[in-house]
Design a protein around this ligand. Structure first.
Ligand code: MLC
Ligand code: AMP
Length: 458
């Protein structure tokens, strides 16, 4: 299923400078998979290392469900992920005191039985994603969705074994793991993971196909020498958040490539994209990939005109959809319409030519910062657990580098902004920390007592 046509290249997969052939990778994965026997679900560190790639491949080859865990997850987040997912084994996570599950190490070599006979509907991954309130939900992603998404993208992007894919994204989300690792394995392209998504590392990697979130692309164009080194690439792809039009234009000017922009979600995988052989229009994400349908609906559920102007809620359906939220059947049901469409929570327009434009989120409580989705409620709960915080409200404010930066308005007793930022970074994970704390006397509330976040956003 994810057994690319790598031949016997000794550097088919390179992760943060460590290279392996596909044969050696598969052998180590099979040897590891034998230790997964009976586990059902394993938790794997999302740190970008070759061991992470091997552990994910071991899960796929043996039919064991993999739960990628951010290696910097604080106790509140990691305890939830490990408990909720029902993981029975752990691969590569830090020595967290409360983790009592057995640990398995990735073997240095070996071989094994190869692909197990696992149905396409079986779950492959559980990926945790933030909602407006509460702890992250585990999206159960079946094997068929991954295969359908990657095949749709291979078609949209002309992705073949001749490509070398380069990126440096984290391996605990769809972008870095499903597209950025499993995409290479399914298409048979070489993979170079740069460890971190630094412009100079992208420039040095000599790839044909590059993935990044808009924050990374904006850092690439801020470094013209690195940007111009990408001129020899075939395709530059942006996703996970809106690519600002000026960054699109600077990419075109410095690299000679108009970027391909694509849209997706953890729950739906990637559903909409511009094409390698089609128009790439700044501010637009193109058309549904094969196997996916989209529609836009007004708040009352009525259809709206595809006039490129009417903004409404984007809904999607098709072969790339998740199976549901783990242990949360009611949340799964809430996320779908009665006639079986997934409600993305994004506002969009569709033009007469079928081109989609993502306009923003329908909820103010979902923040996208550096391409990471963060729920305001999660951060507020973490802040309120600090003794100096009486009340707080978290919003995303526009940020030239991150798209949105997390800002917390805090009513407190002697609250120290730096200590509060560290508190959230330690309890949740580092990328969920507020970048700014604003100490205020009161929060603006409406007559019902609800905080008026629009007022805070100014
Ligand atoms: C900073 N650091 C701290 C800290 N403050 N550590 C502890 N406590 C604190 N208070 C450290 C960090 O650990 C890190 O260390 C360093 O400082 C910088 O961290 P940062 O400030 O968070 O990094 P930043 O430069 O802002 O990151 C930008 C970024 C990152 C673009 C690299 O946001 C990123 O990787 N984004 C990708 C998100 C992504 O993949 N999303 C896909 C979702 S899937 P050190 O040592 O680590 O440098 C999806 C579907 C789809 O959306 O469509 O794709
Ligand atoms: P996640 O849950 O982390 O998978 O984030 C999914 C969300 O990222 C979507 O609902 C969108 O809000 C946002 N997103 C992904 N790709 C794009 C894009 N190309 N343009 C605008 N927003 C995007």
């Amino acid at each position: 299923m994810f057994d690319g046509a790598f031949g016997d290249a000794p550097d088919a997969v390179v992760v943060d400078g460590v290279a392996t052939s596909w044969e050696a990778l598969a052998g180590r994965a099979d040897a590891l998979a034998e230790r997964f026997a009976g586990a059902g679900t394993v938790a794997v560190s999302g740190t970008p290392t070759l061991d992470t790639v091997i552990a994910v491949v071991a899960g796929l080859r043996s039919g064991t469900v993999v739960v990628p865990v951010p290696a910097d997850a604080g106790p509140m987040e990691r305890e939830h992920i490990l408990r909720d997912s029902g993981a029975a084994l752990v691969v590569g996570l830090p020595d967290w005191p409360e983790v009592t599950l057995p640990r398995v190490a990735v073997p240095a070599g070996g071989a094994g039985p190869g692909w197990a006979d696992v149905g396409d509907d079986a779950p492959a991954l559980v990926m945790y994603t933030s909602g407006t309130t509460g702890l992250p939900k585990g999206a159960v992603i079946p094997r068929r969705a991954i295969a359908a998404c990657l095949d749709g993208l291979a078609d949209a992007w002309g992705w073949t074994p001749d490509d070398t894919l380069v990126h440096g994204l984290p391996l605990f989300h769809v972008h870095g793991l499903i597209l950025g690792v499993l995409g290479a394995l399914r298409s048979g392209s070489r993979l170079v993971h740069t460890g971190k998504p630094l412009p100079e590392r992208y420039a040095a990697a000599g790839g044909s196909l590059y993935f990044a979130v808009p924050t990374v692309w904006s850092r690439v164009v801020a470094d013209p020498a690195s940007a111009s080194a990408l001129a020899g690439a075939r395709l530059l792809v942006s996703g996970s958040a809106a690519l600002p039009v000026p960054v699109f234009e600077q990419m075109r000017a410095l690299t000679g490539h108009a970027p391909v922009e694509r849209y997706g979600m953890t729950e739906t995988l990637i559903t909409i994209s511009t094409r390698h052989d089609g128009e790439r229009r700044p501010g637009f994400v193109g058309m549904p990939i094969s196997g996916v349908d989209t529609r836009v609906r007004a708040d009352d559920g009525s259809d709206v005109a595809h006039d490129g102007e009417t903004i409404a809620g984007l809904q999607v359906r098709g072969s790339t959809m998740f199976e549901g939220y783990l242990n949360l059947p009611e949340k799964t049901a809430e996320s779908m319409t009665d006639d079986g469409w997934f409600v993305t929570g994004d506002a969009a327009t569709i033009g007469p030519d079928g081109f989609h434009r993502i306009v923003g989120r329908t909820s103010i409580d979902i923040i996208k910062s550096g391409g990471f989705k963060v729920g305001a409620g999660e951060v507020e709960t973490a802040l309120l657990s600090h003794g100096s915080v009486n009340e707080c409200a978290v919003v995303g404010l526009p940020d030239a580098d991150l798209g949105e930066r997390i800002v917390a308005f805090v009513v407190g007793d002697g609250a120290d902004p730096a200590a509060l930022i560290d508190h959230v970074a330690g309890l949740l994970s580092v990328h969920k920390r507020p970048r700014e704390i604003r100490l205020v006397d009161t929060l603006p509330r409406n007559a019902m007592g609800k905080v008026q976040k629009q007022v805070l956003r100014g």
